[in-house]
Ligand binder design. Structure first.
Ligand SMILES: Nc1ncnc2c1ncn2[C@@H]1O[C@H](COP(=O)(O)OP(=O)(O)OP(=O)(O)O)[C@@H](O)[C@H]1O
Length: 252
């Protein structure tokens, strides 16, 4: 059984079909990238999966269960976590507090007034936060205020926040957008580390082909809301239809 499946998924905005009959399947431990030109429908697809948007038609299944009637926080608890493009950091809190809140929110759905009633789970939350910050290389900066972090470290903290929810599926929307070449390199290394050490299943949206070819097991190409090709990095690199539709004939 696939970890994530979409079945005839459609999203229309007025007359515009942003997601057009998409059948996506992601297996456990698979790393899938979604590529396509601007406006192809990549973010819409991710927003449908995280339940930030309601589909016009079709189904989305996670671990075999339909999630189209679930709320966004419920899918987080079920094991889908999203990083990037949405600022998820509380800048006035410390790096550790940010990771702890993410861990706690995934466990209890909210971290509000009952925070101190969960004393046992607080030890666990503390441990998850420590492990996560270690994994993203921020343990040494755990007590710093998040606002003080340099840009690249903030992006690492965003990955950390997504990982602290201990997801089964991590969705990453343009993790290197706005980064310097050095920060991009460090983030790609981090994604590769996460892939190697945690064996996590992820879906990555990314414009940078070098990154896509480096970290993906499989690539899905969208154009005008439709899947026009999918395959291994080698298959996609050599696919003339993809080169034509996506890059206007430029060599991949
Ligand atoms: N909330 C919305 N209301 C109306 N149209 C929308 C909305 N969100 C997206 N669209 C349209 O749907 C289409 C797909 O947009 P989407 O943002 O999913 O593409 P994308 O592949 O993520 O693009 P980019 O690479 O530029 O981020 C576009 O034509 C966009 O204008």
């Amino acid at each position: 059984m696939a970890l994530l499946e979409t079945d005839g998924l459609v999203k229309e905005f007025g007359g515009l079909v942003a997601t057009d009959d998409v059948n996506l399947s992601v297996e456990e431990d698979e790393r899938v990238s979604i590529i396509g030109p601007n406006g192809a429908g990549k973010s819409t697809l991710v927003n449908l999966i995280t339940r930030r948007l309601d589909p016009t038609a079709g189904d989305i299944r996670f671990k075999g269960e339909s999630i189209v009637n679930r709320d966004p926080h419920e899918v987080v608890q079920m094991g889908i976590s999203k990083s990037f493009q949405t600022a998820s950091i509380f800048s006035e809190l410390t790096v550790r507090e940010n990771a702890e809140i993410a861990a706690l929110a995934a466990e209890h759905g909210s971290f509000g007034f009952k925070f101190l009633e969960h004393r046992d789970s607080l030890t666990e939350v503390h441990q998850v936060a420590t492990d996560t910050l270690d994994a993203v290389g921020l343990l040494g900066q755990a007590e710093r205020q998040a606002a003080e972090l340099p840009y690249g470290d903030k992006r690492r903290l965003e990955i950390g926040i997504a990982l602290a929810a201990e997801p089964d599926l991590l969705l990453m929307d343009e993790p290197t957008a706005g980064m310097s070449p050095e920060e991009t390199e460090a983030t790609v290394d981090l994604v590769e580390e996460v892939k190697r050490e945690l064996g996590l299943t992820f879906v990555l949206i990314e414009h940078d082909m070098e990154i896509v070819f480096r970290v993906s097991d499989r690539i899905v190409v969208l154009n005008r809301g439709r899947v026009i090709a999918e395959g291994t990095p080698d298959e996609i690199r050599g696919n003339p239809e993809v080169q034509e539709a996506y890059l206007g004939g430029v060599d991949l």
